[in-house]
Design a protein around this ligand. Structure first.
Ligand SMILES: Nc1ncnc2c1ncn2[C@@H]1O[C@H](COP(=O)(O)OP(=O)(O)O)[C@@H](O)[C@H]1O
Ligand code: SF4
Ligand SMILES: [Mg+2]
Length: 295
């Protein structure tokens, strides 16, 4: 059976510089898949290009996106988004209840929906304006709005990055619970590997607009194969490490799209502890890493 979402060789470019460079992955019905990588790796552009949301509506986009067996070329009721900044995504001058009603495809139980995202007194929330709620409450309201359209896929792009650590875990658990309860698929874009562990089925690791490794979350975290994934996994804060984990971050930064266009060979080479001379030759590619551990 075909997957719910099938992305094949997706490219997104701005002014001739590609920021997503041939990304392919699938999300099955009810499955949760994480897109992970440092800031600037192309997680948001990949997520937004699925339905051509701005700014990808004015980007050069190619490749194939199929949803529910059909080609997808724009926004659809079947896919809802939750973004990092809930305040910026909610309408500041409209009461929360009305915003949710407008997101519903027909009459529906707004109070029940708010209760399902953890509000004990939904009636009070319905008559509130977003500015009267905390960041965590706004994100719960955004999740309720996303669920209101009964999507089959929820795309959550760094949904907890703006929240404090305790609220982050609560909101991630909420997203996991509501998607599971409703049989919805989840595509989670995050730079935070700690949020992925135990919450997603599979993960795709993006570096500079390409997937360098993908697999079952537990397997990738236990035995990462690609040097970039190894660096990411090592940089995940572990309680027993205390402050020491900060010392093990991957040195350097993600190259800009303009730099990538000028580079030859594997684009991870300047940061890679396993780099060999041949990694910098034309034809060498991060996706065919010479130092990747065998599966
Ligand atoms: N509106 C835009 N126009 C051109 N380039 C952009 C735009 N937005 C982001 N980019 C570039 O696209 C690349 C991928 O960005 P993004 O998808 O936001 O990464 P991530 O979500 O993984 O942090 C980055 O190099 C970023 O600078
Ligand atoms: S191809 Fe070479 S430089 Fe690139 S990730 Fe693999 S070992 Fe490192
Ligand atoms: Mg992003």
């Amino acid at each position: 059976m075909a997957a719910l979402l099938e992305v094949d060789n997706l490219r997104v470019g701005f002014g001739g510089c590609d920021v997503v460079r041939g990304v392919s992955f699938t999300v099955g019905a009810g499955e949760s898949v994480a897109l992970v990588g440092e800031s600037g790796c192309g997680k948001s552009m990949t997520s937004l290009a699925l339905t051509r949301l701005p700014p990808t509506d004015r980007a050069e986009v190619s490749g194939s996106v199929r949803f529910d067996g059909r080609p997808l070329s724009g926004p659809t009721n079947g896919i809802a988004y939750v973004f990092q900044d809930p305040m910026g995504s909610l309408n500041p001058v409209m009461k929360v209840g009305r915003q949710i009603r407008e997101a519903m495809r027909g009459p529906g139980d707004i109070a029940g929906l708010l209760r399902s995202v953890g509000f004990a007194s939904p009636e009070a929330i319905m008559v509130s304006y977003p500015c009267e709620l905390s960041g965590g409450m706004c994100q719960r309201a955004m999740i309720a709005m996303a669920l209101a359209g009964e999507p089959r896929l929820l795309v959550a792009d760094e949904p907890t990055t703006a929240l404090d650590v305790t609220t982050q875990a609560e909101v991630m658990d909420l997203i996991g619970r509501v998607t599971k309860e409703r049989g919805m698929a989840l595509l989670l874009a995050t730079h935070n590997l700690a949020l992925v562990a135990g919450r997603c089925d599979r993960m795709c690791v993006l570096y500079a607009g390409r997937i360098v490794e993908d697999g079952v979350v537990g397997e990738v975290l236990a035995a990462p194969r690609h040097p970039y994934t190894r660096g990411l996994v090592r940089a995940v804060p572990r309680i027993e490490d205390g402050r020491a984990n900060r010392l093990r971050d991957i040195p350097g930064t993600v190259p800009s799209p303009a730099d990538i266009a000028r580079m030859q060979g594997c684009v991870f080479a300047p940061r890679c502890e396993f780099a060999r001379p041949e990694c910098r030759l034309a034809g060498a590619e991060e996706r065919r890493c010479v130092a990747a551990r065998p599966a």
